[in-house]
Design a protein around this ligand. Structure first.
Ligand code: ZN
Length: 203
């Protein structure tokens, strides 16, 4: 499976990083080795002094597809989840300045937290979902899918122009504002509405 991530999909997060608003979605990939194994802590890698959490709604692809029209996107997923796109912000800044690819800052081992998935039918709509990340029991990031610049169905149309989607692929749909640095002993808990999706210890 592969992990497709969307960057800059929430206006307020674009502003906090002083990025330009893109005219198309920003995409990058993580390999399956980036997945943080279930119930494992996240170890801050030695190559970064500034690991940021980015909490994101996840979509799990349930059938193979290419050049998907957004009208049919909804038939390509039944389940959603919540994840963290851990980012070595210091390294990413360096790579961006040099115009180099971000993989080392975004795709390193353990950089993808993927929760269990829940049926999308649990919710009346996916276009008005509250989600949040708590750091040490205080809300660090709060988002609502209504604030996405590109909605899930539009993302699937766009992504599938470039990458064939396969069963089990996971899309990270972008982070809202509030990203911040993690430190040893932090506890990160993620929620979609009132469903607790994960709890991660930082080491
Ligand atoms: Zn992200």
């Amino acid at each position: 499976m592969k992990i497709i991530c969307v960057g800059r999909n929430y206006a307020a997060h674009i502003e906090e990083l002083d990025n330009e608003k893109p005219k198309d979605p920003v995409l990058f990939l993580k390999s399956d080795t980036a997945i943080l194994l279930k119930k494992q802590p996240f170890f801050i890698p030695e190559f970064s002094d500034e690991i940021h959490h980015e909490v994101e709604i996840l979509v799990k692809i349930n059938k193979i597809g290419k050049h998907i029209n957004k009208k049919f996107s909804h038939t390509y997923y039944d389940e959603i989840g919540l994840g963290i796109d851990f980012t070595a912000r210091d390294l990413q800044r360096e790579l961006k300045e040099k115009g180099l690819p971000w993989e080392k800052a975004k795709g390193f081992d353990g950089s993808a937290v993927i929760s269990n998935f829940i049926p999308k039918s649990t919710f009346t709509t996916l276009e008005d979902l509250n989600f949040r990340l708590e750091k040490n029991n205080e809300v660090a990031q709060k988002g609502n899918t209504a604030l996405m610049l590109w909605k899930i169905d539009e993302l699937i149309e766009y992504i599938s122009k470039y990458f064939t989607l396969k069963i089990g692929d996971v899309i990270f749909t972008g982070t809202p504002a509030g990203v911040s640095k993690v430190n040893p002993d932090d506890i990160l808990k993620g929620y979609i509405e009132d469903f607790k999706m994960f709890s991660i210890k930082i080491k």
